[in-house]
Design a protein around this ligand. Structure first.
Ligand code: NAP
Length: 267
């Protein structure tokens, strides 16, 4: 059993805000075997759930830079107002707990990204399963074939990457996100989905060193801006279709970073 202080530090690193790292054990990345030659797809109208803040908000910026238009579903009027002031963004106010709201907002889009997470303030009901599954279901109904779901290290096949005590602490969140992953994996076999699992998020500027990897034992701290870049690269790379990828930054020394070499996924 890990001491409480250590456990809290690791949990903070994995799924809360920007906790400090405490053991310098950076992962090393192995460069991909050759440079990518695959054609990238840029989508015209991308639906984003979770775009009010954090990774989702940064994803909106990256999509706009790539020339896509964004349709963002947000809960608050003031957030929608700010987003609607940005050229290329249409923000719709609504709750992702409601499937029809999600479907109406997504109508007309050719791709969908969801970074939904968290719980309601009053009852503490988590959005991680219901909201993400509403995005997936709506995409299915509308025929939106390209979906990128952002979950977390510790979900599904990456469970062993999270130390047991951390997994136990974050179990409810991780299992809810895993349930959403399973909806895609098991029932959307004809869709071009991708799952991106980051480790502990920090809101510092991008390092530009983050990678995606199929190594589901890897874990570490990563900056939200780097995750956002990887999510948009993932969206646009046909090679990531039906792939589950961990987002990791080998240049960051963090409490949970694996010391083994991590092979970068060739986008
Ligand atoms: N924090 C970490 O260390 C960590 C680690 C691994 C994975 N993750 C996951 O990575 C993703 C991005 O994390 P983040 O910390 O950058 O973002 P975040 O702060 O968790 O953002 C979650 C987003 O979901 C939205 N949302 C929640 N409930 C909603 C609802 N009912 N209807 C519509 N929107 C709703 C939030 O909108 P509001 O602004 O209205 O709340 C917000 O835009 C999340 O899924 C998170 O769980 C986080």
């Amino acid at each position: 059993m890990l001491p409480r202080a250590v456990l809290l530090s690791i949990c903070g690193c994995l799924l809360l805000t920007s906790a400090q790292a405490f053991v310098p054990a950076p992962a090393r990345s192995v460069p991909p075997p050759s440079s990518s030659t695959a054609l990238c797809a840029t989508y015209n109208n991308v639906f984003v759930a979770g775009g009010s803040k954090g990774v989702g908000r940064l994803v909106i910026d990256k999509l706009l830079q790539q020339g896509s238009k964004v349709i963002a579903l947000v809960r608050r009027e003031d957030v929608a107002e700010d987003l609607n002031a940005i050229e290329g963004v249409t923000a719709i106010v609504g709750d992702a707990f409601d499937q029809k709201t999600v479907e109406n907002a997504m109508d007309g889009c050719d791709a969908a990204i969801t970074t939904l997470g968290g719980s309601t303030q009053d009852e503490g009901t988590r959005i991680d399963y219901v909201g993400n599954s509403n995005v997936i279901e709506s995409a299915g109904i509308l025929g939106v074939q390209r979906i990128v779901l952002v979950t977390s290290v510790g979900c599904g096949s990456s469970r062993e990457a999270a130390p047991e005590a951390v997994f136990e602490t974050l179990k409810e969140v991780l299992l809810a996100k895993e349930k959403a992953e399973n909806v895609l994996i098991k029932y959307y076999t004809n869709s071009n989905w991708s799952i991106v699992r980051p480790g502990g998020l920090k809101s510092d500027p991008a390092t530009g060193n983050a990678i995606l990897t199929e190594d589901n034992k890897s874990i570490g701290t990563i900056h939200r801006e780097d995750v956002a870049s990887l999510v948009v690269q993932c969206l646009e790379s046909p090679k990531t279709e039906r792939k589950i990828l961990t987002a990791i930054d080998p240049s960051i020394e963090s409490a949970m970073a694996t010391s083994a070499e991590v092979e970068a996924f060739l986008l």
